[in-house]
Design a protein around this ligand. Structure first.
Ligand code: LLP
Length: 420
């Protein structure tokens, strides 16, 4: 459920007409619904109330400070993957004790930064990384908390680029190696192994891969107990799928019904790292039709947003629903919706039946709240777009549109090239 809907044939975000926002702030424009964001976060918490998990929103899905702050104020922790995300998380006022840090390639600087700030734990993805964290912690005279990221080798049935829990993926540590690491934990003088972590992929619409992965890890934890090895946390990662098209993803409740019994059995503190589930349907990308171009083979609707603003269709062939902001025209055309970038991969939809639009009309690319702005770039020297947050009838700019000066801010022309 989300708070983007038609009222009297006009498209609204909460109580604000989206076209008004497009006209006022210009396009392309990311528009977020505060209440959609928060309600998804609360829904998950509610479904898992029985075990009171720490929900660490995955910053990479949408790292805008205002969104992070909104979630942190409701009690969220944060899941990060870089020093930059740690910086953001702290700026958003998140307690370090609610921050978990995954990534197969944490640098020495990033590890030191996180240890100094006292994050809850690192999700460790390899033995060399563990050794590195231990060495850095020793140098700092600290003990670093870690969870071992397990690669449970399960098929999450999602796009291969966002599958992360198979042994052919670069993520995590297989169960056998994890056991060896745990048994030799005494060798890591400055590390406390606090728990285990799994994250098997993203946009997972069924619970069975989770159940399979959690079962494996629960059995593993059981065996560790027999060896008198006790843990405190189990982090089950993120990955919950949302509706973009015709998916019928599990609801939070249904997901909880399937996995809660397994999780309860562990008696461990449970952590979750949802990104898309919370942010995905809370944002849209509003864009303006620049031209309608007819060729002998196709009808192209050329809009002012492009693959640099939302790369998911180009990168994964991802489907995003597209709606017109004005009253739906009953006449429909089969069109390709494309951006101005000089690549044929620059499209939002192909052969899509869309109510007829003309130059100057606006459309909304739905489900753009997660991995939309956060994956945007300046390709083709396009300025990154503005973001606004709607709270009932109020609108807040949460990121200004970049200027041309922003584009070249960090660039330097060597002195030998200056002059004539
Ligand atoms: N935890 C870890 C360790 C992750 O790597 C990720 C996502 C998450 C949590 C959050 O996953 P979510 O709940 O959002 O599915 N750019 C892709 C998605 C990449 C996901 C990367 N990792 C897309 O646009 O579909």
């Amino acid at each position: 459920m989300h708070e983007f809907k038609y009222k009297n044939n006009q498209f609204y975000c909460e109580s604000v007409r989206v076209q008004k926002l497009a006209e006022r702030f210009g396009t392309p424009l990311y528009v977020y619904s505060y209440h959609t964001l928060i309600s998804h976060f609360l829904k998950l918490g509610q479904a898992f109330k029985k075990i009171n998990p720490l929900i660490c929103y995955s910053v990479k899905a949408n790292s805008n400070l205002a969104l992070l702050r909104a979630l942190v104020k409701k009690g969220a922790g944060l899941d990060i993957v870089s020093g930059g995300e740690l910086f953001r998380a702290l700026k958003a006022g998140c307690s370090p004790k609610k921050i978990v840090y995954a990534s197969v390639g944490k640098t020495e600087k990033e590890i030191e930064y996180a240890i100094r700030k006292g994050i809850l734990f690192f999700n460790v993805e390899s033995l060399p990384e563990l050794e590195s964290i231990n060495g850095i912690a020793r140098r700092l005279h600290k003990t670093a908390n870690v969870a071992i990221r397990i690669n449970p080798d399960v098929e999450p049935k999602t796009h291969k680029y966002i599958t992360t829990g198979k042994l052919t993926n670069k993520f995590g540590i297989d169960l056998r190696s994890a056991r060896q690491i745990l048994l030799m934990r005494g060798a890591f003088t400055n590390i406390r192994i606090a728990g285990l972590h799994i994250h098997i992929g993203s946009q997972i619409t069924e619970s069975s891969p989770y159940v399979e992965a959690i079962r494996k890890v629960v059995a593993f934890i059981g065996n560790l107990k027999k060896e008198r090895l006790f843990l405190e946390y189990l982090n089950i990662g993120g990955g919950l799928g949302i509706i973009y098209d015709k998916e019928t993803p599990q609801t939070a409740k249904r997901f909880a019904r399937k996995v809660l019994p397994l999780l309860e059995k562990t008696k461990l503190k449970i952590i979750m790292e949802p990104g898309r589930f919370i942010a995905g349907n809370s944002g849209i990308l509003a864009t303006k039709v620049l031209y309608v171009k007819n060729t002998s083979k196709k009808k192209f609707v050329i809009v002012d947003a492009a693959m640099n603003d939302l790369i998911r269709p180009a990168l994964y062939g991802a489907y995003h629903n597209i709606l017109t902001l004005e009253a739906e025209n009953k006449v429909k055309d089969k069109v390709d919706i494309v951006g101005p970038i000089c690549e044929s991969g620059d499209f939002f939809a192909k052969d899509r039946l869309l109510p007829r639009v003309k130059e100057g009309d606006y459309i909304a690319v739905m489900g753009a709240g997660a991995y939309g702005f956060s994956m945007s770039s300046n390709y083709n020297s396009r300025r990154r777009v503005a973001e606004v947050m709607v709270v009932k009838d109020k609108v807040f700019v949460i990121r200004k549109r970049e200027s041309c000066e922003d584009l070249i801010r960090n660039e330097l022309v060597p002195s030998f090239l200056s002059g004539r």
